[in-house]
Design a binder for this molecule. Sequence first.
Ligand SMILES: Cc1ncc(C[n+]2csc(CCOP(=O)(O)OP(=O)(O)O)c2C)c(N)n1
Length: 338
Amino acid sequence: MHRVIAENDVADTSFDAEEMQTILQQMVRARTFDERAVSLQRRGWMSGYPPFKGQEASQVGGAYALQETDWLVPTYRSNAMQLARGVPPSDILRFRRGYPEYHSDHERPVFPQAVPIATQTLHAVGIGMAIDYDDSDQARVLCYLGDGATSEGDFHEALNFAGVFDAPVVFFCENNHWAISLPRDRQTAAPTIAAKADAYGIEGTRVDGNDPLAVAETVERALNRAATDEPVLVESLTYRQGPHTTSDDPERYRDDVDLPEWRTADPIERFEGYLLDNGVIEDGFVDDVEQQTREQISSAVDTIEETETESPEDVFDSVYADLPPRLQQQRTHFFPLG
Ligand SMILES: Cc1ncc(C[n+]2csc(CCOP(=O)(O)OP(=O)(O)O)c2C)c(N)n1
């Protein structure tokens, strides 16, 4: 298990003050976004939202290790990772508000977020193999997934292909302990998620997912290894503090959880305390970032509302070039005038 904060004085880390400030800033920005997204959902602005509260260190640390040309292959839960990668908050809000075309033209390679569990692992291997066919060693692929995704057939096929074809892919599994209401120990009898890598002849490694510096170092090392045709499975141990989505009530299935304190600890409070104790930031740092982010998100929400051109019919019109008869019938039923 790789850890930095718990085991090293700040002077002994490989990060300078500015880098650590940037990482904390991205974590706070992500949490502020997450809180605002939940409240937007609560007032009916969007139909559902999957909060990532508690997973900020894991996701921001992972994204921090990416180079400009690297691919991120995200899911519905990895919004902190996407924000840290430069995806504008408005893209995520537009996706959640149901816009079929939500991607803006941001420069870094980010795949559309996957909602079907584990399908993105196959896409990631395809991207990695294409990078190899193009003979380009400029890019690697970081593929996000949850612990529940490791029980899907797609995950096994993806790791098998990655191992056989030496795809430059890092599978970044955020073990947040829950797959909706199913706890990790009911998910698999494997001793760890990382152990699953053994079956495919690739490296599996574990990291303290509430330590952003440890995650960034681990993912950077894994990406460098992937670039030499050695795919890696990283298991990032973290905790989902909130519900699975805004439609879920975790009080129905979880009481006190028998996990070590570092695992359920709040990653922002932990990192903020570490940086304050070591004089890397001053009081007020977090408040300032929260304030700026709130303003940015409010302005993104205003812009979305003011420029909204989408209509409910778009749900039917943006998937098929030629609408199949059954969907045509439904469209006529809902929108008889056209
Ligand atoms: C193929 C497929 N089966 C079932 C679902 C319903 N589903 C949505 S989220 C989820 C649990 C996923 O858990 P995990 O992979 O641990 O990710 P987390 O949500 O905890 O981030 C399930 C079963 C789905 N989206 N896709």
